[in-house]
Design a protein. Structure first.
Length: 195
């Protein structure tokens, strides 16, 4: 079973997260940040990862600490669930349309953290959610999971559609990258012999 758990408790947040890479897309999300709940629910659905998240954060300040720390917790759980990354496909990409928005996402589960994001949100907020937090979430995730991730907005005029496209493209990409390659099951997908 490829399951990762993460518990993060700081002066700003208290997070419990469980991730099952071989799930069916079921989710129970309660972050205290409504828009992030929506994004993580669709992330679980489109990745087919089972995801449970609870967060109590200092949202009276703003959503930044909760969003960033949930990214850290998800990255830690992903890293744990992958183990030594033996047998995974490792590389994956997706071009995902979300109405007028088009997002390109590519990942390498390389063991090296890198985020290259090119996103341009036309508004600073989606409801009460700061759009700059999308990139903060991704950065926290890749740092903790040790993943190289490229996310590029090819089109888009609606901030909600752009953000949703990012989370769906990420989900579809990770779903492929973590899948077991039947031709190389049991092998580390690197000439170095380690990821």
């Amino acid at each position: 079973m490829r399951i990762g758990t993460s518990r993060r408790k700081t002066g700003e947040t208290d997070i419990t997260l469980t991730l099952d890479l071989d799930g069916t897309g079921e989710s129970r999300i309660d972050t205290g940040v409504g828009f992030l709940d929506h994004m993580l629910t669709l992330f679980a659905k489109h990745s087919r990862f089972d995801l449970r998240v609870t967060c109590r954060g200092d949202t009276e300040v703003d959503d930044h600490h909760s969003v960033e720390d949930i990214g850290i917790a998800l990255g830690a759980a992903l890293r744990e669930a992958l183990g030594d990354r033996r047998g995974i496909r490792r590389y994956a990409d997706a071009a995902l349309p979300m109405d007028e928005a088009l997002i390109l996402c590519a990942a390498d589960l390389s063991g090296r953290a890198m985020l290259c994001a090119d996103l341009s949100f036309p508004s600073e907020k989606i409801g009460t959610f700061d759009t700059e937090l999308v990139e903060e979430f991704l950065l926290a995730l890749v740092r903790e999971a040790a993943v190289t991730l490229h996310v590029r907005q090819l089109a888009g005029r609606n901030s909600h559609h752009i953000a949703e496209g990012v989370f769906k493209a990420l989900a579809r990409t990770l779903r492929q990258a973590v899948s077991i390659d039947p031709d190389a099951a049991g092998e580390i997908p690197s000439t170095k012999g380690v990821l």
